[in-house]
Design a binder for this molecule. Structure first.
Ligand SMILES: [Zn+2]
Length: 486
């Protein structure tokens, strides 16, 4: 009897040894055959691109830098001047659409279908404010210089480029006598960079009172080009969800005292250890269904090694997670991240703090929440006598439907303008105004039709932000196509 068991066990081992690698190879072969068209960009309208560049250059010159205490930073005069510029630059939009000011400085427009359509409207969004510019720019940040084929300045990527491209597309379509087959709404917030409560928040409140419903919402978000795992050609990343965000605080208290005779462990020492522990033991990584789908969709564009891993995730999931964890942008897709952003101690170099604190900005994956995070941090620092508290918290967004017709319509516009480009659903780790519009649509997409190199992408919120005139021209073509075909 034991002999039979022994033979059976060996038999199963041999079968497994042959069958498993064979199955893996087979799966990899299948993926290798996936189409991989060479990058080819269709021509674009150079005249339209140059017109858009001039418009964007002027829009950039209005210093709509938002602050939480805006009245102490010169108020909203620049927003009003930007609005006047838009009215003058786009007379057809302003004469043929119903438009109104919401929340003091945000704008909404309704381009009514003619004849009136049964189909649900769509909503296209952007924001008019920008982050502060800082110093050291090659071209002054609000000069709106056009040089070397680029429009330079704060907001040229985030996101007056979107605002202007949408206006350019709509104005030209009206001039050509086009009317949409469904209502198209536009919403342009004025305070996205400081949370969007008074802008997009107020617009959402207004939409709620009007029982608004949209087939699709399209806001700024992922772009074309940069991919968390480097692909062989530019990829369009359409954000279909946003991570949640929580600000938490570590606090250490003691009696303070003179810095000349410090205790063996100080408040700042305990806090430092808490942060070090968190960096060495971050929240566990995992592949959410959305990120897994993103990787699978992306896999035909990836090197052979990645195809192999992704077609055999049952075996290589931990390997995939390990590689993704090695880069900040892919790491942010697979775990709740924590960034220490603010620290406070005593007010003088020779005084021990009574209370010291460190603030953490955490970005939560789906199915995670601030209660679980607080527990994690409390357990991690249990012996350090450090308090953990939640300051603010926002749950992850809903995950929009990315398997249906609406996602495919956006993808089709991408391909008509940018050629045979892979379009993948993406998780956004930054926030957008779009989360305010979740309750009005099952398809809230975050995508900017701008082809950017990684270096250009890194200028967003940084120095020497700029957008190429060509990229602008293609974005106008994208919005034109979307409005005509959706
Ligand atoms: Zn933005």
């Amino acid at each position: 009897m034991p002999d039979i068991v022994y033979i059976l066990a060996w038999g199963m081992l041999i079968v497994a040894a042959v069958a498993i690698p064979a199955a893996m190879l087979l799966r990899t072969r299948k993926l290798d055959k996936a189409p991989c068209a060479p990058p080819s960009l269709p021509p674009y309208d150079i005249g339209a691109a140059e017109h858009a560049a001039e418009s964007l250059a002027q829009a950039v010159s209005y210093q709509t830098v938002s602050h939480t205490n805006q009245m102490e930073h010169g108020g909203y005069g620049e927003w009003i001047r930007l609005r006047e510029f838009l009215k003058n630059r786009y007379p057809l939009v302003h004469s043929s659409m119903a438009w109104e000011v919401v929340g003091g400085f945000s704008l909404i427009y309704r381009w009514a279908a003619a004849p009136a359509a049964e189909k649900e409207p769509i909503l296209i969004c952007a924001h008019m404010d920008v982050v502060p510019a800082g110093e050291g720019w090659t071209h002054a940040p609000f000069s709106g210089d056009i040089a070397e084929g680029f429009v330079w300045g704060r907001g040229t990527l985030d996101c007056k480029n979107v605002l202007i491209s949408v206006f350019e597309a709509a104005e030209a379509l009206i001039e050509q006598g086009f009317s949409p087959s469904r209502d198209i709404f536009f919403a342009f917030g004025h305070d996205e960079e400081i949370g969007g409560l008074e802008g997009a928040g107020a617009i959402a409140d207004l939409f709620a009172t009007r029982n608004a419903r949209f087939a699709m919402v399209l806001d700024e978000g992922g772009s074309l080009g940069r991919s968390a795992i480097p692909a062989g050609r530019p990829v369009a990343h359409v954000g279909v969800a946003e991570k949640g965000m929580a600000n938490l605080r570590f606090t250490a208290k003691s009696g303070g005292g003179h810095a000349a005779a410090p205790p063996k462990q100080t408040e700042i020492g305990r806090l430092s250890e808490a942060v070090c522990r968190l960096e060495f033991r971050p929240v566990s990584p995992r592949l959410t269904p959305l990120v897994r789908d993103m990787l699978i969709t992306l896999s035909p564009e990836l090197p052979w090694r990645w195809k192999f891993y992704l077609s055999n995730l049952w075996l290589f999931k931990s390997r995939v997670l390990k590689i993704m964890a090695s880069r900040p942008d892919s790491n942010a897709l697979i775990r709740t991240t924590a960034a220490p952003t603010m620290a406070r101690g005593s007010g003088a170099p020779n005084v021990l703090p009574d209370t010291a604190e460190i603030t953490l900005n955490m970005r939560m994956l789906h199915d995670e929440n601030d209660v679980a995070l607080t527990q994690y941090l409390t357990d991690l620092t249990a012996d350090l006598d450090v308090e953990v508290e939640v300051l603010t918290s926002r749950e992850p967004s809903k995950v929009s439907r990315y398997s249906g017709r609406d996602f495919q319509s956006v993808a089709a516009s991408v391909r008509r303008v940018f050629g045979p480009t892979p379009v993948v659903p993406n998780l956004m780790y930054g926030g957008t105004d779009a989360r305010n519009y979740e309750s009005f649509s099952d398809c809230v997409f975050r995508f900017m039709p701008f082809l950017l190199t990684p270096a250009e992408h890194d200028r967003m919120h940084g120095r020497d932000e700029r957008v190429s005139v060509e990229a602008l021209g293609r974005a106008v073509a994208f919005y034109t196509d979307l409005m005509k075909t959706f």
